[in-house]
Design a protein around this ligand. Structure first.
Ligand code: FES
Length: 124
């Protein structure tokens, strides 16, 4: 048997805007320990080997930050806190149920457009 793939990847936005920038960002003094909380909780529950937390740059949903994307599933969670992250791990990652109340608003996360459809839209 080979080395098993992770069951999930969790992409946590770790982008911070420079002070004074009007654009909101996912990383500020109040939210800077969310990634550590995510990793530590996965470790404490003994599932870090099959759930890979990844720090990313901006995921283009800053307005709803702090955000993180769970794959597979394209599930984008918004407005994160430590408590919400713990609950997402328990209910979604372990329990298999998307935590709908923490999912980003549909108007900010509509169905994806395939690259082929996007190229067609541009008339190329
Ligand atoms: S800064 Fe996190 S989505 Fe843009």
């Amino acid at each position: 048997m080979g080395v098993p793939q992770p069951a999930f990847y969790i992409f946590k936005c770790e982008q911070s805007s420079p002070p004074g920038m009007p654009k909101p960002s996912c990383l500020n003094p109040q939210t800077q320990d969310l990634f550590q909380h995510l990793s530590q909780t996965l470790m404490e529950k003994g599932i870090i080997g099959t759930v890979q937390p990844i720090r990313t740059a901006c995921l283009n949903r800053c307005i709803a930050g702090p955000v993180m994307l769970v794959e597979p599933g394209h599930v984008m969670y918004a407005g994160l806190t430590k408590e919400k992250i713990t609950e997402i791990i328990d209910r979604h990652i372990i329990g298999g149920e998307v935590v709908k109340e923490y999912v980003i608003l549909k108007e900010l996360w509509d169905a994806p457009i395939t690259p082929a459809a996007m190229i067609k839209q541009m008339g190329r």
